[in-house]
Design a protein around this ligand. Structure first.
Ligand SMILES: Cc1cc2nc3c(=O)[nH]c(=O)nc-3n(C[C@H](O)[C@H](O)[C@H](O)COP(=O)(O)OP(=O)(O)OC[C@H]3O[C@@H](n4cnc5c(N)ncnc54)[C@H](O)[C@@H]3O)c2cc1C
Length: 391
């Protein structure tokens, strides 16, 4: 067993870090506090080959591994945390599902501008009554002639203020088997995008409303049964959130470490107080152990798709670690850490969101418990017995 990156991976990590230092270091603070998608960064990353790392070359990607994409997130986030969102967008999010399942026609139309950083896509799954229980979504797609009519509403979609296209999960019929997904373009009649609202992190999202919104049949990405089919794709997205959580925690840790090495109180540097040293020891233990779980999930990925269990363990560990470490880093830096003129408090706020988004820590723990006991635990209440049945 080898715990080290390969020589090729080390070389790739160095080249991404070099790119980030030259192109992303200046303006990192401003970028973090700007809620809009950084298209300029996306275009620079496209030129550097950092978009579509895991997407096949035939589709315009780089044909690399999931581990390469994780390395890219880590190296970019170490210099400019906000720019790691672009690596996420270009490699782990809905774009990955799109590249996996899109038709030749769909890919020809949208994949090239997405990978070039000229266009961004937003994912619409969550609804007011369908959060963790995503399969309870009620947005419908009704076949009508040669197209489909979409009705319903979505919440919390990342990048929705800037997106040109939306990957929307819809119900073609009853049950989980009735769920699939469609692409809806901004500006389609019957599709209204509400005003931007803000998360604690400063990221913006808009309510998406579909009322008699007609789309061509060519915009169906996955028909009925599609939701089940692409569960493995969600694990890829989760690995991206996992990698960012850890990378943001590490960014905050590094700033706190530099601060504690030079900041003097009572005539000594903070690093000389044992109470502070032990905080760093605890942070290092958390970061190192979560890192191994992340690398295991990414390195074991089969055809780029990580296992549900390894992903759940890694995401729960990295989400908790990222937040706890960033939180402690704020404490170690005092008012300087709490101030918006450093990115430590920003990392803490962003990490908090990943404990909820893309499979909350609790939902992941449910998944882990099923693995532990090797049985399924239905989260829904037992169905009432029809009168007299089975008695
Ligand atoms: C930063 C951020 C970005 C997001 N981006 C997107 C996006 O791009 N597209 C999109 O569609 N959605 C997005 N979401 C929404 C996200 O998917 C939901 O917030 C998530 O699925 C949880 O749903 P909920 O917020 O409705 O919480 P609820 O489902 O109401 O859960 C509330 C709490 O109860 C817990 N809980 C629920 N069920 C169980 C259970 N069975 N066992 C134990 N605990 C349980 C949850 O873990 C949570 O702590 C985003 C959210 C955030 C925070």
């Amino acid at each position: 067993m080898n715990f080290d990156l390969t020589d090729e991976q080390k070389m790739f990590a160095r080249s991404v870090r070099g790119f980030a230092e030259v192109h992303l270091s200046a303006g990192a603070l401003e970028r973090a506090h700007d809620p809009r998608f950084p298209f300029d960064v996306a275009q620079k990353m496209a030129a550097q080959g950092l978009m579509g790392i895991t997407i096949p070359e035939a589709d315009g990607g780089m044909g690399g591994s999931l581990m390469d994409a994780v390395i890219a997130i880590e190296q970019v986030a170490a210099v400019c945390p906000r720019s790691a969102d672009v690596v996420q967008f270009g490699n782990f999010g809905p774009i990955r599902t799109f590249a996996e399942y899109g038709s030749a026609e769909q890919k020809a139309k949208w994949l090239a501008p997405l990978l070039a950083g000229r266009m961004v896509m937003s994912l619409g799954i969550t609804e007011s009554e369908a959060g963790s229980a995503a399969t309870e979504l009620t947005t419908t797609a009704r076949q009508d002639g040669d197209g489909y009519v979409i009705d319903g509403a979505k919440l919390f979609s990342t990048f929705s203020p800037d997106a040109s296209i939306f990957l929307v999960y819809v119900r073609f019929g009853p049950g989980t088997g009735g769920i699939g997904s469609v692409v809806v373009e901004r500006g389609t009649p019957g599709f209204t995008i509400g005003p931007p609202q803000e998360f604690m992190s400063g990221e913006q999202w808009c309510e998406l409303h579909f009322s008699e919104c007609r789309i061509p049949a060519a915009n169906v990405l996955l028909g009925p049964g599609g939701f089940r089919k692409q569960m493995a794709g969600f694990n890829v997205e989760r690995i991206g959130n996992t990698a960012r959580s850890l990378a943001f925690g590490r960014y905050a840790y590094e700033r706190a470490r530099e601060h504690a090495a030079v900041r003097k109180q009572f005539g000594r540097t903070l690093s000389e107080f044992q109470g502070v040293q032990w905080k760093f020891a605890d942070m290092a233990i958390k970061l190192e152990s979560a890192q191994l779980l992340l690398y295991r999930a990414a390195a074991n990925a089969d055809r780029g798709l990580p296992s549900a269990y390894e992903t759940a363990v890694a995401k729960a560990a990295c989400n908790q670690t990222g937040f706890e470490v960033a939180h402690e880093a704020v404490q170690v830096m005092g008012a300087a850490g709490y101030s918006r003129s450093a990115l430590v408090e920003y990392c803490m706020r962003r990490c908090r969101g990943w404990m909820i988004a893309g499979g909350s820590v609790e939902i992941l723990k449910n998944r882990i418990a099923e693995h532990v006991f090797d049985r399924r635990f239905d989260q829904r209440p037992p169905r009432a017995n029809p009168a007299g049945a089975g008695v």
